[in-house]
Design a protein around this ligand. Structure first.
Ligand code: PLP
Length: 463
């Protein structure tokens, strides 16, 4: 029987057992979701994989959701779940939030789209300036658009073409950032000079070459690349804490050094706060880590469940937009409905005092999971901040993407996911994700998560 122990003091993991449990639990999930299967069979005739976005696909089929309220969602089979997926980290306000709902309903009655500015966009831009300390803002319709515009602005501001990004990070699906997103181990190249690997087909090679990857948490590697590409790099786009390979926080002093280096080389620093912006602190990662970038990109939780995004920028960069040097456009930018949702979300729901509460709930969930990890001696640890957290199935802490590829146990991540789903915990499918808490999550919800996780741990290490 293939049994292995990754580190001393850790329970041996029986791979045959992992396989059997995974098969058993996937069969149980299939039994519990026959109507999702029906929806899937219908949907796949008109949508590839039966889903509107490939991030929603899932085996054996996607779970089609009917409705949500507070911390709960119900699927089309009537199964009730506590939602820790929260729409990929968007629904920090809880589902069907009445405050945001009332603001949106009022806006519906007053007209939803003019392609002319409304008071809502001014109020949201003012609030974002207060939170992130960047003076000027523009709006978009998604995280992809926010990072795309930020890349254009960095190029426009510097007259340079090369963009640096962090190896193993996702910033949306436009050409400049669909490079070295989840490159396979054998394609990575040297750590000091990683290969630019296109993420899928459809991206011209000539553009891929303009994006270069550097490892996270290694300022010296960045310094070397900046020296090598002196005068060619327009911007560095990065998540201040990586949140698409589970969660990897920045090491002490790393972001400060990145700020110094980018300033020294005339490179615009873009913090992609699409995930962290409204979830890990009132002023996002920018405030939490105390390092100020030239631009911040936002989307997801800032608009309270509506499709919007924003870019914050310095006065210097804003001038390029104002004088027409860089074109920043969009029919739906600052859409009144989205702005009504964002204003209510930011000024009435996710207010300053929401963040200590999210943090406390997250700490108690992390502590409950860590206690189970310790008791069952699992090769895992907990990570997280603000409303976001995860169990990382690795025997030691990750610092960067190469650790994720070599240390994280994808089989255990998948097994934990299906255990949760079968025990009323709605979680993001995929090895790389994390949970997001909302203001509606209660202590009982957290206990329910811990109890599903304990069922997984108990069955996994049972003799
Ligand atoms: C860090 C980050 N940036 C950008 C995006 C793209 O956002 P969207 O899916 O709204 O286009 C994502 C999406 O998950 C993300 O995680």
């Amino acid at each position: 029987m293939p049994v292995e122990a990754k580190a001393s003091g850790v329970s041996p993991i029986d791979r045959t057992r992992v396989k059997e449990l995974t098969e058993r639990e996937l069969a149980r999930l299939a039994e519990r979701t026959p109507r999702s299967r029906e929806r899937y069979e219908r949907a796949v005739r008109v949508m590839p994989k039966g889903v509107p976005s490939s991030f929603q696909e899932n085996d054996p089929w996607p779970i089609y959701v009917e409705r949500g309220e507070g911390s709960r969602v119900w699927d089309v089979d009537g199964n009730e779940y506590v939602d820790f997926h929260n729409g990929f980290g968007v629904m920090c306000i809880g589902h069907a939030n009445p405050v945001v709902g009332a603001a949106v309903k009022a806006r519906v009655d007053a007209g939803t789209h003019f392609a002319a500015p409304t008071d809502g966009s001014i109020a949201v831009a003012e609030e974002l300036s207060r939170r992130f300390g960047l003076p000027q803002w523009r709006f978009t319709n998604s995280g992809t658009e926010s990072t795309m515009d930020a890349v254009h602005l960095a190029r426009g501001a510097t007259g340079r073409d090369v963009i640096l990004k962090i190896e193993g990070s996702y910033h949306g699906h436009h050409d400049a950032v669909m490079v070295s997103v989840y490159p396979p181990l054998e394609a990575l190249g040297d750590r000091d000079d990683p290969v630019s690997v296109p993420y899928g087909a459809g991206y011209p090679r000539a553009l891929t070459e303009l994006t270069r990857a550097v490892p996270f948490n290694d300022a010296e590697a960045l310094a070397a690349v900046l020296a090598k590409l002196e005068g060619r790099v327009a911007g560095l786009i990065m998540e201040p804490a990586m949140m698409n390979i589970n969660i990897v926080p920045p090491l002490e002093g790393y972001l400060e050094r990145v700020r110094e280096l980018t300033a020294e080389h005339g490179v615009k620093l873009i913090f992609d706060e699409v995930k962290t912006g409204a979830t890990i602190a009132y002023g996002g990662a920018t405030a939490r880590f105390g390092v100020k970038p030239d631009m911040v990109t936002l989307a997801k939780a800032v608009c309270g469940g509506y499709p919007g995004g924003a870019i914050g920028m310095t006065e210097e960069i804003a001038r390029l937009v104002a004088d027409g040097t860089v074109h920043q456009y969009g029919t739906f930018n600052g859409n009144p409905l989205v702005m009504a949702a964002a204003e209510a979300t930011l000024t009435r729901v996710l207010t300053q005092d929401a963040y200590p509460r999210l943090e406390a709930a997250n700490e108690s969930l992390k502590a409950a999971c860590q206690e189970i990890i310790d008791r069952y001696r699992l090769p895992a640890y907990t990570e997280g901040m603000g409303a976001k957290g995860c169990v990382v199935f690795a025997g030691e802490r990750m610092r960067e993407y190469r650790d994720y590829l070599t240390k994280v146990d994808g089989e255990l991540s998948t097994l934990a996911w299906v255990y949760h789903m079968n025990r009323g915990i709605f979680m993001t499918p995929g090895v790389e994700e994390e949970w997001t808490l909302s203001i509606a999550h209660t202590d009982a919800d957290i206990e329910r998560y811990a109890s599903a996780f304990e069922a997984f741990a108990r069955d996994l290490v049972a003799a």
